[in-house]
Design a protein around this ligand. Structure first.
Ligand SMILES: [Zn+2]
Ligand SMILES: [Zn+2]
Length: 239
């Protein structure tokens, strides 16, 4: 199993990331990817760029660079238990791909009941395409209830390589993967690369999926037609 698109990467526009769009595209080509999403943090984030970064993405950048399709997106932070994110609806509408993630600087640790309420509400947020790194420790929730709700509202569950590597989330991901398999909940496997050399590298995520013999048909970014169908059903004619 392998991915054909990395749907979560950062550039120097997020100050704790270290590569340019051109470098990301170059390494995406080297990794054999057909597409890469540029998903920097939102302006409200501690290290996010100015809003003009997002306004200019579709104007300044080509749709294809070095043979790789560029997907223009953002990684937003979830800000409350009502499922709001720190990126306004009118901005989300202008981009192809919106990730909603919990980040420690924007949301204090909370009880599993509170996080369950939060993700139940995020599931219903029409601006969100993918739930980023939801295995984060300290933010556990009722996985079965919320993951089923993500499927119901067409939200993709991310299996995030960086989170497994740096945040010790393998245990939580094992449980998330078990439930996604049981209820046929679609996932995306991404690097969340903060450096171009890590783009497309998702070995640890795939090892966890393979442990449980996870069906390849549920990984939206392991097949071009499957990915195109999902993305184009949302914003239309991107891929
Ligand atoms: Zn994140
Ligand atoms: Zn990220």
């Amino acid at each position: 199993m392998r991915i054909i698109a990395d749907l979560h990467t950062h550039t120097v526009a997020s100050t704790h990331a270290y590569s340019t769009v051109l470098e990301n595209a170059e390494y995406a080509t080297k990794a054999g990817l057909a597409a890469v999403a540029i998903t920097d943090h939102t302006p409200a984030s501690t290290d996010g760029p100015h809003i003009w970064h997002f306004h200019n993405l579709p104007k300044a950048l080509p749709r294809e660079l070095l043979g790789v399709k560029l997907i223009f997106g953002a990684e937003s932070s979830i800000t409350d238990y009502e499922g709001h994110i720190d990126f306004p609806h009118e901005e989300c509408e202008k981009l192809d791909w919106i990730i909603a993630s919990i980040h420690r600087d924007k949301l204090a640790k909370a009880s599993p009941d509170e996080i369950t309420k939060l993700y139940s509400a995020v599931a219903e947020n029409p601006d969100v395409n993918m739930i980023g790194h939801c295995a984060t420790t300290g933010y556990e929730f009722d996985y079965e209830k919320c993951l089923k709700k993500f499927k119901e509202f067409n939200k993709i569950v991310e299996i995030n390589e960086s989170s497994i590597t740096w945040k010790n989330t393998s245990g939580n991901y094992r449980e998330i993967i078990r439930i996604c398999k049981k209820y046929e909940i679609p996932v995306a496997v991404n690097s969340d690369a903060h450096f171009c050399g890590l783009i497309g590298k998702t070995e640890r995520a795939f090892a966890l999926l393979e442990e449980q013999d996870f069906p390849e048909k549920l990984i939206i970014n392991s097949d071009w037609e499957r990915l195109r169908e999902f993305i184009d059903s949302g914003k239309g004619n991107i891929l």
